[in-house]
Write a protein that binds this ligand. Structure first.
Ligand code: E4P
Length: 221
């Protein structure tokens, strides 16, 4: 399973890239706004840090024309740019047009298997089911991922599924166990994935035993 980072913060992206955690980035308008950044400028900065793999920026607008125009502008920045397009009827039209132009899209705000299937048929390169936001309204996100895993196992669909709106390491593991292609993960969850209390305890024990052995041999550090 591939991991992307879900942030527009360059320091977080750099750290996650340096640790070999990620092979792509997703942003959305809220994340860009949180950074007070200009979308196109931030896309360029991210491209210079993550030197391989897709970088996702979202097209702004509601009509197919607005979404298509925004997508073309972003796609001109670099061939690795993937344009997020909301899962609406207008969004589907934009996805279809952009596919014909060779522009990669990520159908975002997907909350049902029916939506995901339509976005795949329209030609989205990726679809992003939002797990955390479904859980927030008491609908089991794992059931949605299971539906995607079942459907994708039966057909030859090129579209890759990105588990998004990740709130815990468990979300990532559930998606991985179902064979979901990608998870896009906030930085703090990536860090949480590195941790286990027995790792910390093990390091302390090794250090203590080592110091003990040195003392016994009459040496220090
Ligand atoms: C995905 O691409 C979105 O940017 C993101 O995962 C949304 O997550 P949230 O529900 O935590 O805002």
């Amino acid at each position: 399973m591939k991991l992307f980072i879900d942030t527009a913060n360059v320091a977080e992206i750099r750290e996650a890239w340096d640790m070999g955690m990620i092979c792509g980035v997703t942003t959305n308008p809220s994340l860009i706004a949180r950074e007070g950044a200009d979308l196109e400028e931030r896309m360029r900065e991210i491209l210079s840090i993550v030197t391989d793999g897709p970088i996702n920026g979202e097209a702004i607008g509601t009509s197919a024309e607005e979404l298509t125009a925004g997508a073309r502008k972003l796609a001109r920045i670099d061939s690795r740019i993937v344009v997020k397009v909301p899962m609406t009827q207008e969004g589907l039209k934009a996805i279809r047009t952009l596919k014909a132009e060779g522009i990669k899209t990520n159908a975002t705000l997907v909350f049902s298997a029916a939506q995901g299937l339509l976005a795949a048929r329209a030609g989205a390169s990726y679809i992003s089911p939002f797990l955390g936001r479904l859980d927030d309204i008491g609908q089991p996100s794992e059931a949605l991922l299971e539906a995607f895993a079942d459907i994708w196992s039966m057909y030859d669909l090129e579209t890759e599924i990105i588990a998004a709106s990740i709130r815990s390491p468990e979300h990532v593991v559930s998606a991985a166990r179902l064979g979901i292609h990608i998870a896009t993960v906030p930085y703090k969850i990536l860090l949480a994935m590195t941790e286990h209390p027995l790792t910390d305890a093990g390091i302390k024990r090794f250090e203590a035993d080592w110091q003990d052995a040195l003392k016994k041999r009459g040496q220090s550090t």
